[in-house]
Design a binder for this molecule. Structure first.
Ligand SMILES: Nc1nc2c(c(=O)[nH]1)N[C@H]1C(S)=C(S)[C@@H](COP(=O)(O)O)O[C@H]1N2
Ligand SMILES: [Mo]
Length: 324
């Protein structure tokens, strides 16, 4: 990834620029006024409205996943203002700014390739396909920061069973939308667009693999991949494809954008693995966003991001140093 050398971050990097600029202006004004305005009450009332995440349509949860972690959920303002969505910029604060006007309706997801029933689904078809489950998962970026998010969705296997993969289908490829009129950064050769990812069919069928429509009881914010994305909690974050428009079933291993970009850095599997360092940094530990913003405390990264009991059997007998 286009990563800054130090994986640590400053407050300015996890906050939209206008928010910290306003805060600086406010602090300067407060200092000029003799500091009285710095009392906790007025100060917090001043910044709170800007730090609150946008009000989006509610998305009802029918049940809670037994696989949810009990780790502390990351504050929504961090989840929505510190993330990657390169179509909307490469700075972690960019997607929250540049994706605000992205149109997510009408929206269709085309399913094609090695399936008995290729078809196009509207976003409403997909929303109605299965009951929505809240799944609180650990989410680990390859850049060694992590968050805990109450995603809303259902297992991707529901959709896969509808289209009936042929016996020849062994892999699945996922495509993000590519719209130069709405995504300012796809005009630049940052990646070979559209953003593409892939899974083995058995990984895609695993119940933890989620077709995700919302988080924090609302529909997905644009910067988090609205209106529909994938979540594969035991893999690094880049394996999850945002703003999904196409799913292709294949006989051979698909190309993926990051693997194409830097094959020695990003393998096809990309399972979270503390024992396999990235060529440019260790993967042994991670920085949990929002844990304690001003401390540098890191925590151990868990094999398969802590989902080994559920998924380790998928990789039995495989050399995970080679198949990273
Ligand atoms: N289309 C698209 N999907 C993407 C990315 C991207 O740049 N474009 N970035 C990935 C990476 S590197 C991560 S860590 C997650 C970050 O966003 P999230 O916190 O909303 O999952 O999205 C992933 N999906
Ligand atoms: Mo990432």
């Amino acid at each position: 990834m286009l990563i800054k050398k130090a994986p640590e971050f400053r407050w300015s990097e996890i906050t939209p620029k206008h928010v910290y600029m306003n805060r600086r202006k406010f602090l300067a004004a407060a200092a000029a006024a003799g500091g009285a305005a710095l009392a906790a009450g007025p100060f917090s009332r001043w910044i709170e409205p800007e730090l609150r995440a946008a009000d989006l349509a509610p998305l009802k949860v029918a049940s809670k996943s037994p696989f949810s972690t009990t780790d502390k959920v990351t504050p929504i303002q961090l989840v929505t203002t510190y993330n990657n969505f390169y179509e909307f910029g490469t700075d972690k604060a960019d997607p929250a700014h540049y994706a605000t006007k992205f149109k997510t309706r009408p929206w269709t997801v085309t399913v094609e390739g090695e399936v008995a029933k290729p078809q196009k689904f509207s976003i409403d078809d997909l929303l109605a396909m299965a009951p929505m489950e809240e799944r609180i998962y650990r989410h680990r970026c390859v850049e060694a920061w992590s968050i805990v998010v109450p995603w809303i969705g259902y297992s991707l296997s529901v959709l896969i069973n509808k289209v009936q993969p042929t016996p020849k289908a062994k892999f699945v490829q996922f495509f993000t939308d590519l719209d130069p009129n709405q995504m300012p950064f796809v005009r630049q050769p940052i990646l070979d667009w559209p953003y593409r990812e892939g899974l083995r069919l058995d990984e895609a069928m695993h119940p933890l693999t989620t077709l995700c429509f919302g988080m924090f009881d609302q529909v997905l914010p644009n910067q988090d991949g609205a209106p529909v994305r994938t979540i594969i909690p035991w893999k690094y974050g880049f394996k999850s494809t945002k703003s999904l428009v196409r799913i292709r079933f294949m006989t051979t291993q698909p190309e993926t954008s990051w693997n194409e970009e830097a094959p020695t850095e990003y393998g096809f599997y990309s399972n979270v693995n503390p024992n396999k360092d990235h060529p440019r940094w260790s993967q042994k530990t991670e920085r949990r966003l929002g844990g304690s913003i001003f401390s540098t405390a890191r925590q151990q990264t868990l094999m398969f991001n802590g989902y080994g009991d559920q998924v380790a059997s998928l990789y039995k007998g495989m050399d995970l140093q080679k198949n990273f």
